[in-house]
Design a protein around this ligand. Structure first.
Ligand code: SF4
Length: 419
């Protein structure tokens, strides 16, 4: 099986080598963005994809300059010098943490966790997909993302803060305090690695052969009568448009791009916006957009205007149109159709229609669903062995439904008709 792409393990794609820059917590400064943009243009083809794990994928790195690319990122302190640690930095934070009403601001836990992972003795045994989510109890319900471990902040009736421990997307009977969280997690991982001795360990693969009670018993050295506390009902809630911050007179603005693919100059433009109007901070989101926090109420119009000039959706489009698209056949060998130009055409068609109602459209060039595995109201999919696109209503890419065949030139008229 090909290793999940990272910075030290580049994946071969149709358009060249692909690097995934893991950004623990998803936060970058303007200077970071400028460094990434410059490196992508110098060592790749200058395009980058926003991912559904709040990371950046840098496309078309040239084999001959791969080492220089790595050196540049190390110099900018964007990656660690330990390739084993670098592949484990899958720490996701609610992109709205610290600026909205929530139970606990988990920002400081990200660095603590990242540092602890770098010292974990069994780190080479973990899968590069091993992921940890920190959910402070804010409105995004970030713990609904697929995870190995998630920690969800709760307040007890006595007012104390505790984190419920979710394993493989199941909320368990375990709880930890904020002070215990990192130490406890490292201890659990060490015990699981020592007991199961599996390579590329993920809870998801352990859970195929072992029930959760047994896994908890290994972690805590004691038997459990009950394992699951409850099955979470909430869904990941993406910010659309803007939200008022708890800090007076400030707002956080979500900027989406219709293709989820950015050119290096767009990243530089974002960096300048964050420096001129915010507090030099950009947050990557798992809904493939960026959030610019700490914007003065007086500068909201500037952000929308300059964002639009950079190719991001307008405020009206942002609130009414969500387009999710995978890499598509231009960059991925598994793809059955080109997705990015179609995303732009769909955006233009909806601008012409004046956005009759809010709509979400997913363009997936195979059943893997790299942009999202969830159901969406409209899914357009064409697998590599199919000779035309199919339109599905309320389906996920893994669907077994037949879908409605739609000739390419009919896609936009068909979507218009339905919407
Ligand atoms: S969904 Fe399929 S075609 Fe699209 S990027 Fe993923 S593997 Fe490639």
């Amino acid at each position: 099986m090909a290793e999940c792409p990272g910075i030290y393990t580049l994946s071969e794609m149709k358009d060249g080598l692909l690097a995934r820059l893991r950004v623990p917590g998803g936060r970058l400064s303007g200077k970071d963005l400028q460094m990434i943009a410059t490196a992508s243009n110098k060592y790749g083809n200058g395009t980058l994809d926003l991912t559904n794990r709040a990371n950046l994928q840098i496309r078309a790195i040239k084999q001959a300059s791969a080492q220089q690319f790595i050196d540049q990122l190390i110099k900018a302190q964007l990656i660690t010098t330990d390739p084993v640690h670098d592949r484990l930095r899958n720490i996701t934070l609610d992109p709205l943490t610290g600026v909205v009403d929530e139970i606990y601001d988990c920002s400081d836990l990200v660095n603590e966790l990242d540092h602890a992972l770098s010292n974990l003795s069994c780190r080479a045994q973990l899968s590069p997909k091993f992921s940890i989510v920190l959910d402070g109890g804010g409105p995004s319900h970030i713990s609904q993302l697929p995870h190995d471990f998630a920690f969800i902040a709760k307040q007890t009736s006595e007012g104390a803060i505790t984190f419920n421990v979710s394993i493989n997307n199941q909320s368990t009977v375990l709880n930890v305090s904020p002070q215990q969280l990192v130490g406890k997690l490292m201890g659990w991982i060490e015990k699981l690695c020592a007991f199961y001795k599996t390579e590329n360990m993920r809870i998801k693969s352990l859970a195929r052969d072992h029930d959760l009670k047994t896994i908890l018993q290994v972690m805590e050295d004691k038997p459990f009568e009950q394992d699951i506390l409850y099955t979470p009902k909430s869904t990941l809630t993406a910010l659309k448009g803007l939200c008022d911050q708890i800090q007076q007179n400030k707002v956080a603005i979500n900027l989406s791009h219709p293709t989820g693919r950015l050119f290096h100059f767009q990243l530089i433009g974002l960096a300048e916006l964050a420096q001129d109007f915010g507090q030099d901070e950009i947050r990557l989101t798992p809904w493939q957009s960026v959030i610019m926090p700490h914007i003065d109420q007086d500068h909201i119009a500037d952000i929308w205007e300059k964002g639009e000039a950079l190719g991001f959706l307008t405020q009206e489009a942002e609130q009414n149109l969500t387009i999710l698209s995978c890499t598509g056949s231009q960059g991925c060998i598994h793809g059955g159709f080109e997705t990015k130009m179609k995303a732009l055409k769909i955006r233009d068609a909806f601008i012409d229609m004046g956005f009759p109602k809010p709509v979400t459209i997913h363009l997936s060039a195979c059943e893997k669903g790299c942009a999202t595995r969830a159901k969406t109201p409209y899914l357009v999919m064409q697998r590599r062995d199919e000779d035309e696109m199919r339109l599905y209503i309320n389906e996920a890419p893994s669907t077994k439904a037949a879908g409605k065949p739609v000739p390419e030139e009919q896609l936009i008229p068909e979507l218009k008709k339905l919407i």
